[in-house]
Design a protein around this ligand. Structure first.
Ligand code: NAD
Ligand code: UGA
Length: 460
């Protein structure tokens, strides 16, 4: 079996990153055997079916291209470790919720367990690739654990952070802006790095494959996410200013973004950024800076998260104040719950905070989302209050006093808002947390319209 393929690649962790990333490598490189293992049996079963464990446009086609040919999913971790020459580690690295560094530093328990599993099961040299996002200098700890063996085995640790965004993962993987591979600047380190470069060179233009020292690679991943989140917080902070000055955040973003030095992407004002990584990676950066005594650096980056919390809070307060300072017993339909469009992922979604706050105010919350209702139910489990889940936005809005648009799903742009208006309590409010709706048209239909960072169109 092993000899049939040029390389034997393993990925530990079949999540949002491990699954799509390895499926792409397998699809592009039929000459390699790619196996993905996970401790979660259900997940592995789902990867082997046509009902994949994550919703990601185009993913099923890529998986189908390679599954059973050179792409395999398994819960048999030890044997697959033994057989692999290259092991990508893509386990979760959430924010630590206990002990020293709780709420900021990365919880590396899954990461370290993986390192120990690799150490235990291996009987030959291997290249270990950090795919998970990790604090800078984690590779050093990984090497110390792995190379503490008395079997005479040498492990080379390489950093290859992932930059895909959910909802566009397949395009991001097929046409990445860059692939980053860091290693020690030693002969062995450079050789290991080259092995990983060779994998990506099967489909990524060579000039897009960047190599660096291992610490730069680890840090660049945290910094990339911090910079992206900072842009969102920057424009969101300005949205608050727009609302009190009658400037329009969309016009400001367009004018500012036309400067090629600034660029136009990631300047969409919103209810706030969500997702499993922005907050966790910034807080990790904050923690690392603090632990090196760089208080000013830590404060600077922490403010990005503070503005995000402020933006979510502002959105809820606007709903309450606008609706005559009470939303008790009022039906509020939430259009969208995922942290962004085209994913069912709700991790750190602003929707979670907003729903909780609305329930706290004793509102009756109806959550609608084309893909995220299952996750929404898990997120809201055990939270007291009146809450319903309804996939059909027309039904969700029936009898509602207000609609709060949380996720920029295309389906919400083209609904029959006349019909929706007719079915709602009056006065009917719409809070567009993504600025994707036609506000003038909604106003003409009869809604009181509250966008982000723009003048409200209101009849009362
Ligand atoms: P995830 O939770 O979706 O997947 C992680 C998987 O690892 C889970 O299925 C879990 O069961 C498995 N796992 C944990 N411990 C294991 C062990 N000892 N052996 C085998 N499997 C184990 O997480 P994710 O979103 O794929 O993120 C993984 C890493 O990639 C994180 O460090 C994250 O910061 C980073 N990242 C995520 C994204 C994203 O879009 N989600 C993008 C870039 C980078
Ligand atoms: C982000 C990065 O874009 C990826 O490069 C990175 O690999 C990934 O994090 C990660 O490390 O997990 P992702 O979180 O999937 O990807 O999605 P983004 O498109 O970055 O959106 C993040 C959040 O910011 C979403 O809630 C989105 O709605 C919000 N956002 C984004 C805005 O509010 N305004 C914008 O202009 C852009």
């Amino acid at each position: 079996m092993k000899n049939k393929f040029e390389k034997n690649i393993l990925c530990i962790g079949a999540g949002y990153v491990g699954g799509p990333t390895m499926a792409m490598i397998a699809a592009k490189c039929p000459q390699y055997k790619v196996t993905i293992v996970d401790i979660n049996e259900q997940k592995i079963k789902a990867w082997c079916s046509d009902n994949l464990p994550i919703y990601e446009p185009g993913l099923l086609d890529v998986v189908r291209t390679a599954r059973g040919r050179n792409l395999f999913f398994s819960t048999e971790i030890e044997q697959n470790i033994r057989e692999a020459e290259i092991i990508f580690v893509s386990v979760n690295t959430p924010t630590k919720s206990f002990g020293e560094g709780a709420g900021k530093s990365a919880d590396l328990q899954y990461w370290e367990k993986t390192a120990r599993n690799i150490l235990k099961a291996s009987d030959s040299d291997k290249i270990i690739v950090e795919k998970s996002t990790l604090p800078v200098r984690t590779a050093g700890a990984m090497e110390r654990i792995l190379n503490s063996n008395d079997k005479g085995i040498v492990f080379d640790v390489v950093s290859n952070p992932e930059f895909l965004a959910e909802g566009t993962a397949i395009i991001d993987l097929e046409y990445p802006d860059r692939v980053l591979i860091g290693s020690h600047e030693t002969e062995r380190g450079r050789q290991a790095r080259q092995e990983i470069v060779d994998i990506y060179a099967n489909w990524v233009p060579r000039e897009r494959i960047i190599t660096s020292n291992i610490w730069s690679s680890e840090l660049s991943k945290l910094v990339s996410n911090a910079f992206l989140a900072q842009r969102v917080s920057s424009i969101n902070s300005i949205s608050a200013l727009c609302e009190v000055t009658e400037a329009d955040v969309h016009e400001v973003a367009r004018a500012v973004g036309h400067d090629t030095r600034i660029g136009s992407k990631f300047l969409h004002a919103s209810v706030g950024f969500g997702g499993s990584c922005f907050k966790k990676d910034i807080l990790n950066l904050v923690y690392i800076s603090e632990s090196f005594g760089l208080t000013e650096v830590a404060d600077y980056w922490e403010s990005v998260v503070r503005i995000n919390d402020y933006q979510e809070k502002r959105f809820v307060l606007k709903i309450i104040r606008t609706m005559f300072n009470t939303i008790a017993d009022k039906r509020i339909a939430m259009f969208g719950f995922a942290f962004k469009a085209n994913t069912g992922d709700t991790r750190e979604s602003p929707g979670i905070y907003i729903a909780r706050q609305l329930l706290d105010e004793k509102a009756h919350v109806i959550i609608s989302d084309p893909q995220a209702l299952q996750n929404a139910q898990l997120d809201m489990a055990g939270i007291p209050g009146k809450i319903e889940y309804e996939i059909d936005p027309y039904k969700a809005a029936e009898g509602a006093h207000a609609i709060a648009l949380i996720t920029e799903w295309d389906v919400y742009r083209d609904l029959d808002y006349k019909k929706i208006f007719a079915s709602m309590e009056k006065p009917a409010f719409i809070f567009d947390g993504r600025n994707i709706l036609n506000h003038q048209k909604l106003y003409e239909i009869g809604f009181n319209v509250y966008p982000i960072g723009k003048r409200a169109l209101t009849r009362i």
